[in-house]
Write a protein that binds this ligand. Structure first.
Ligand code: PMP
Length: 430
């Protein structure tokens, strides 16, 4: 495979765009660098790049593309919206329709508000929780990603009793001191954090099923205890469902784990591929938000007709019978094939899978928290990633990401992918 045009474009991009990319993970830093592939067209489960190479796509744009690219029903809705004007700055009927659909699918939300990204959604839930509780600190879990606003770019201090440190230049010490980070699935560390900071904690923020250090499920009973203790402590529980909502079932991960949060942040899939975020929660909490309450949040693009139309169409597709069963079936087939290939070539891997999302970690150990994900072999992953890319399989360029299946993938795609995995493992075993 030749990547000549991609390489030329990346050279050019670096003259104009910082680092040549508009989101850092696209720069292949997580897989040892190199020029990223520049895609030109996408349809169903496939990508074509500027050098006219074809790929089977498992990136799914980092999650949103669960229906496959350019799904006709969603495309039609976007075109119709564009023809009617893409932005009004006034309310529209579409917002009512979409809000109702989301509330039906996620009953813990009495009220919702649309924003433009997952970052905005999570950021606002924290502001609202602070307004509601009149407290300032938050507890979050190591390795969960919640966007790029200051309060979540904070890394753990030396333990649950210590406050955080900035995880990015430009985040102030003062912000870091508002955040306590504890390991996922570690109820004792969480209890210790609450013991030390409890009366100051406005919110506990968590991905109910992790998507950001691979797919990691909570231990049995973990989230229920997190909720019970948060509520007993007067803190709100916020589920960041930016990845998980509509990923594993029509609705939220909260329905799968059987734990209702006080607030939920949404994004990715609910936009059908257009920019979107949303947050929602219990009536009395959401009443904190302007114009009803004192917590300010606004947006020129929020609830725009194009994103609403795309999101509504996407949920219409996902509400059809058999969608999640198909994703599960394809996921199981892929998991089986990769496992068998690894056994055949004596490659140590661990797969975490839930339905149509899975992560292949290089290493023998189970991954149930971030430290374990960190300990897996990134160099091997980088090698694997590049061997797959050269065979026309587009994975996320980081050992911490998931493979996302779409309803456009076929069993034939999965079989071909497994052949490519076999080839890659054979090469790696040399
Ligand atoms: N929360 C989670 C769980 C995410 O995975 C992401 C993005 N990967 C975000 C929030 C931020 O969303 P966005 O990139 O749309 O701002």
């Amino acid at each position: 495979m030749q990547f000549t045009q991609s390489e030329a474009l990346h050279k050019e991009a670096q003259k104009h765009i910082v680092g040549g990319v508009n989101s850092p993970s696209r720069a292949y830093k997580g897989v040892g660098g190199g020029s990223p592939v520049y895609m030109e067209k996408a349809e169903g489960a496939y990508f074509w790049d500027v050098d006219n190479n074809k790929y089977i796509d498992y990136l799914g744009a980092y999650g949103p593309i669960i229906t496959g690219h350019a799904h006709p029903h969603i495309t039609k809705a976007i075109i119709a919206a564009a023809e009617n004007g893409v932005l009004y700055g006034t309310p529209t009927k579409l917002e009512n329709i979409f809000a109702q659909k989301l509330k039906q699918a996620i009953p813990s939300m009495d009220k919702v508000r649309f924003v433009n990204s997952g970052t905005e959604a999570v950021m606002t839930t924290i502001r609202v929780a602070r307004a509601y509780t009149n407290r300032e600190k938050i507890i979050k879990f190591a390795g969960c990603y919640h966007g790029h606003f200051d309060a979540v770019l904070v890394q753990a201090g030396s333990g649950p009793s210590t406050l955080g440190n900035p995880d990015s230049a430009g985040v102030t010490e003062a912000t870091a001191k508002e955040v306590i980070t504890v390991p996922f699935n570690d109820i004792d560390a969480y209890k210790e954090a609450l013991y030390h900071w409890g009366d100051q904690v406005a919110a506990v923020l968590i991905e109910p099923i992790v998507g950001n250090f691979g797919i990691v499920e909570p231990f049995e009973g973990f989230l229920q205890e997190v909720k019970n203790l948060a509520n007993k402590n007067g803190s709100l529980l916020i589920f960041d469902e930016v990845i998980t909502a509509f990923r594993f079932t029509y609705g939220s991960a909260q329905s799968l784990v059987g734990v209702e949060p006080d607030m939920t942040a949404l994004g990715k899939i609910i936009g059908g591929g257009l920019p979107i975020g949303a947050y929602g929660g219990k009536q009395e909490i959401m009443e904190q938000v302007a114009p009803l309450g004192p917590a300010y949040q606004a947006g020129t693009m929020a609830g725009n007709p194009a994103s609403m139309s795309s999101g509504i169409a996407c949920l219409e597709v996902l509400s059809e019978a058999g969608i999640y069963e198909k994703l599960d079936r394809l996921g199981a087939l892929l998991e089986e094939g990769i496992t068998a290939a690894a056994e055949q070539h004596n490659i140590s891997i661990t797969i975490n899978r839930l339905k149509g999302a899975l992560t292949v970690y290089f290493g023998n150990e189970k991954v149930t928290n971030y430290a374990q994900a960190e300990a897996t072999d990134g160099e091997k992953f980088g090698q694997f990633f590049k061997l797959m890319l050269k065979q026309g399989i587009n994975l996320a360029p980081s050992k911490y990401e998931a493979w996302f299946l779409t309803i456009a993938h076929t069993e034939e795609d999965i079989r071909h992918t497994i052949e490519c995995v076999n080839q890659a493992f054979e090469e790696m075993a040399k």
